[in-house]
Design a protein around this ligand. Structure first.
Ligand code: PLP
Length: 368
């Protein structure tokens, strides 16, 4: 065994078996590889409109202060979130992306003796944070590509410390109804923490973003996670948050790093919250794009999973990787989802109407 292999064996066993998360291919990488220009990326559920004007102005105004440490308690952003959702500031945990909140909850509550329940085809970060701390992942089979709450509940034992639910789910776009979800949360033992990942809740419409908040008063073991990466168009800044009972938030805040959120992200997120115009534009372009893309699928005889998010999973009815690669050669980056056990599907992020049309044209060519 050479020295490099010895290092590998020193890692905790969960980490040795970990498959790293594969992000969507960056535009610059594809440019370097294929020498293409005019590449479009519909691979990471980013906001095709970019950040809003208010967020950009807040970033500009903050640049002069970059020599200083950020506010480690994120006071202004927490106050804005507390006002918006009518919760106490003590119920909020800020994270370097909501992914960090997922990691904090795993680090704070899991040991190698404990189990975590989540669904087949659920977000890829759940197995990563579970295995990284050596806990056991218990995967419940999906129902019509979405979460099967009964199957999940059946797998909850006295060893289950965490349950992860993504609603809407990435990559499938499936949505649970609130009544079923609340019944599920209420049925969990109080030794089990329920992480409700609502990274896409703004796209669901109606009052969806408020419904689950009301549950926080009833279930001290509930943690709702949300993000500025998707509907708010700030993925590059890395900022998200958890909402929970003050007790759960206190535990998460003990494990987080003191300055986990950078100053530009804090300022931009606070400004973005008040930018209702940008959010409305984002939702409108998403609705239009979802319609255009799914009509395109229909014309091509392809089936897709109805999505509540800003992306859609389409069934290519053949191995999707060669189609993904052919699209890359045409300068269109989408997302293969083989790691989610969906080798025949591709996930397409809804872009601008021009991007959506370019994608459809490229797909028509590739399938011809
Ligand atoms: C994108 C996404 C997140 C969060 O991403 P961050 O950028 O870390 O906030 C969380 N959950 C799901 C299901 C996602 O798709």
């Amino acid at each position: 065994m050479n020295n490099a292999d010895k290092i590998y064996n020193l890692a905790v066993s969960g980490v040795q078996k970990l498959v790293p998360y594969t992000p969507g291919k960056p535009i610059e990488e594809l440019e370097r590889e294929l020498g293409l220009t005019h590449i479009i990326k519909l691979a990471s559920n980013e906001n095709p409109l970019g950040p809003g004007k208010k967020a950009l102005a807040a970033i500009q105004a903050t640049l002069k202060d970059l020599a200083l440490y950020p506010d480690g308690n994120g006071f202004n952003l927490k106050r804005a979130l507390a006002d918006k959702y009518a919760v106490e500031m003590s119920q909020i945990t800020l994270g370097n992306g909501s992914n960090e909140i997922l990691e904090l909850v795993a680090r704070a509550f899991l040991t190698p003796k404990l189990e975590v329940v989540f669904s087949q085809h659920a977000f890829a970060v759940y197995p990563i944070v579970t295995q990284a701390v050596g806990a056991t992942a218990v995967v419940a089979p999906a129902l019509n590509y979405g979460h099967d709450l009964d199957a999940m509940l059946q797998r909850v034992t006295d060893k289950t410390r965490l349950v992860f639910i993504a609603n809407p789910n990435n990559p499938t776009g499936t949505l649970l109804n609130h009544a079923d979800l609340e019944t599920f949360i209420g049925a969990l033992p109080d030794t089990c923490i329920c992480v409700l990942d609502e990274a896409y809740c703004e796209f669901v419409g109606d009052s969806s973003a408020d419904t689950s908040i009301a549950w926080l008063n009833l279930y001290p073991n509930l943690l709702i996670t949300r993000t500025f990466s998707k509907a708010y168009g700030l993925a590059g800044l890395r900022i998200g948050y958890g909402l929970s009972s003050p007790q759960l938030a206190d535990i998460l805040n003990r494990v987080r790093q003191p300055f986990n959120n950078n100053m530009l992200a804090l300022a931009a997120a606070e400004a973005a919250l008040s930018d209702t115009e940008h959010l409305q534009n984002t939702l409108a372009i998403n609705t239009q794009g979802m319609q255009l893309i799914t009509e395109g699928f229909k014309k091509l005889g392809l089936e897709w999973i109805p999505s509540a998010g800003n992306f859609v999973l389409v069934d290519m009815k053949q191995p999707a990787l060669p189609i993904y690669e052919a699209l890359l050669r045409k300068g269109v980056i989408v997302r293969p989802v083989g790691v989610y056990q969906l080798p025949n599907h591709l996930r397409i992020t809804i872009g601008t109407q021009a991007e959506n049309q370019l994608f459809l044209n490229a797909l028509i060519d590739v399938l011809a």
